[in-house]
Design a protein around this ligand. Structure first.
Ligand code: PEP
Length: 252
């Protein structure tokens, strides 16, 4: 019998936030207080804010993560940041393979796998994102596409401790559209089975997050779907009040 998976609500701020946004982290820390919210909580701000947010969140229930890293530790990679640099700044986790990175920066599964390995090399955890496009879903290819992304993006050595998977249908990101609970259940079961094939029973302990237009109003329903072990939240993580509304889905 496997232990229940502790969920995580992870906020991806994308390219939003300045030093003035420290007020939101302060409000999140204060809103959570010391009582167990029933899930882990993380904010991934732009890299410029990781250090200041990590200092504010120190000793609180909020972890700070990063949104991307380069696969190498050092070198001639203008504008890039290594996992080691992000760890030094205070990140505990790095999101890799977000669909915006895959689209805007032409990242493929191989790049994503190397970035997840880089996170581990720096002693950090990786959140590996996957998800189908609207065309792929309409063509009935969603399950196959996502399974093949998971197979090709997951490095050897992945464990529930060092890796989380985030399923984010591209068409649901920032659109206000969400899949039905039945579609989420089908996809998360598909990901679990795929992980089982790669890493065996240990995959039963690995977190699989849902992401795509999660809001306080739909969090209860989406977070109670089988094999959904938390949320990766974009827009609704920018305001502490909204994010706390999502985290509330995990209160007893
Ligand atoms: C995301 O980009 O990770 C995301 C889920 O965005 P949103 O919640 O705004 O759809």
């Amino acid at each position: 019998m496997s232990t229940p998976i502790r969920a995580i609500a992870a906020g991806n701020w994308k390219m939003n936030g300045t030093v003035a946004s420290t007020a939101e982290i302060e409000a999140l820390v204060a809103g959570l207080g010391s009582e167990d919210p029933g899930c882990d909580v993380m904010i991934c701000p732009p890299a410029t804010l990781i250090n200041i947010f990590a200092q504010i969140a120190l000793g609180s229930r909020v972890e700070i993560g990063a949104q991307d890293c380069h696969a190498n530790e050092t070198g001639a990679h203008t504008g890039d940041l290594s996992a080691e640099m992000l760890a030094e700044a205070g990140a505990t986790t790095i999101i890799v393979g977000h669909s915006e990175r895959r689209q805007d920066h032409f990242e493929n599964n191989e790049t994503v796998r190397a970035k997840a390995e880089a996170a581990w090399r720096a002693g950090l955890k990786a959140i590996i994102c996957c998800g189908e496009s609207d065309e792929q879903r309409k063509a009935g290819e969603a399950l196959e596409v996502v399974a093949s992304q998971v197979v090709a993006s997951l490095p050897e050595g992945a464990t529930p401790e060092n890796t989380t998977i985030a399923y984010e249908p591209i068409w649901a990101i920032g659109t206000g559209k969400t899949p039905t609970a039945a579609d989420v259940a089908e996809m998360h079961a598909n990901i679990r089975t795929t992980l089982n094939k790669i890493i065996g029973d240990t995959a039963n302990e690995m977190r699989i997050l849902y992401g795509g237009s999660v809001k306080p109003a739909n969090a209860d329903e989406l977070m109670s779907v089988d094999n959904v072990n938390g949320a990766l939240v974009g827009g609704a993580s920018l305001k502490a009040e909204d994010f706390l509304g999502i985290i509330a889905a995990y209160k007893d």
